[in-house]
Design a protein around this ligand. Structure first.
Ligand SMILES: Nc1ncnc2c1ncn2[C@@H]1O[C@H](COP(=O)(O)OP(=O)(O)OP(=O)(O)O)[C@@H](O)[C@H]1O
Ligand SMILES: [Mg+2]
Length: 313
């Protein structure tokens, strides 16, 4: 794993709390310029991973590097170039939005003369210009989340860790936050690591995800490839329930365009394929004079992952 293209490299990374492994031998590389989704149910170890990456807690074994710095030994260097939005962003509630950002700018040693311009600029990015004089305690949850983004942007980070960016937000506000992340990634080339248990939302912005379950990385890659693996090698899985299944029918289905595989369970068939071929299937079955009682197509890979790995948690 070269450091030229990777901004985060975890090697055999583990963390124990009271002899309980909460991050279990994790190997993961995140590329510069990526939006990576670390997905997993409650307690999977997502926040612990981020804390180790930020140098805020020490690994029990293994290592984690951010932009070439060892997070455990060089936490200040990591913090200088990295923005961190924890699960609960803390602000001075009795101070205005602008006041809080000004304070952050001061803490980050931004020259006094440049602070007002910088604060206005980041407020504009998260569309809070109109609310800049409002006390934080009067802002909505979504606005506070946006203020959190403005707060990390003050120091022009190369990388942002965003722990649960859409937790507790309604869908419209969640989508606005995700759109802002996409824009910042495109326009400022900021790398994002987002942690979440909201698979469907993350799927929209993370081309590549890692699935964490009980501290272990159980899958990693593009959403499409993860889906393919779960779907037995194809992009779609079309499920059929038939009055009867004959060998002749299976042979004919196999010959349809873009069919990868066919699985049979009693009178049900799963057609694994790379194209929506429901019409072709219907025609073929009708021509065979077989009654079909159900046909469903599954293509939401993350939904499938959710059912497989998250449901029993
Ligand atoms: N400081 C701590 N001391 C002891 N155990 C901890 C500590 N922090 C986390 N844990 C435990 O480690 C495990 C992983 O927690 P972590 O917060 O990393 O999970 P998470 O994936 O972020 O979950 P969530 O989705 O709920 O935020 C949990 O079992 C948690 O109880
Ligand atoms: Mg967490």
């Amino acid at each position: 794993m070269s450091e030229d293209n990777n901004i985060i490299i975890a090697k055999d990374l583990s963390k124990k709390y009271n002899e309980h492994l909460v991050v279990d031998n994790l190997n993961l590389a995140i590329k510069k310029g990526e939006i990576f989704g670390l997905l997993g149910p409650n307690g999977a170890g997502k926040s612990t991973f981020i804390l180790m990456a930020m140098g805020l807690t020490e690994p029990s074994s293994g290592s984690i590097n951010v932009a070439g710095f060892n997070s455990t030994r060089q936490p200040l260097e990591v913090k200088r170039i990295t923005g961190y939005l924890p699960e609960k962003v803390g602000f001075y509630e009795d101070m205005s939005a602008k006041g809080n950002l000004t304070y952050t700018a001061e803490l980050n040693n931004i020259p006094y003369r440049e602070i007002p311009k910088k604060v206005d600029e980041v407020l504009e990015i998260v569309t809070l210009t109109k609310n800049k004089n409002q006390l934080v305690k009067t802002l909505s949850k979504g606005m506070k989340q946006r203020l959190g983004i403005a707060d990390v942007l003050i120091k022009d980070p190369r990388l942002v860790f965003f722990d649960e960016p859409t937790e507790g937000l309604d869908l419209k506000v969640a989508n606005q936050i995700l759109q802002t992340i996409l824009d910042l990634n495109k326009q400022k080339n900021i790398t994002f690591l987002l942690s979440s248990h909201q698979l469907n939302l993350m799927q929209k912005v993370c081309p590549r995800v890692g699935i964490l379950s009980r501290g272990k990385l159980i899958g990693e890659g593009t959403v499409e490839n993860l889906g393919r693996n779960l779907f037995g090698g194809g992009k779609y899985r079309i499920e059929l329930e038939l009055e009867k299944v004959t060998d002749g029918l299976i042979e004919k289905l196999k010959k349809l365009d873009k069919v990868v595989n066919i699985n049979k369970v009693d009178n049900q068939l799963q057609v694994i394929c790379d194209k929506d071929i429901r019409q072709d299937i219907s025609r073929l079955i009708a021509a065979e004079d077989i009654l079909m009682t159900r046909m469903d197509m599954k293509q939401d890979a993350l939904e499938e992952i959710y059912l497989k790995y998250f449901k029993e948690e």
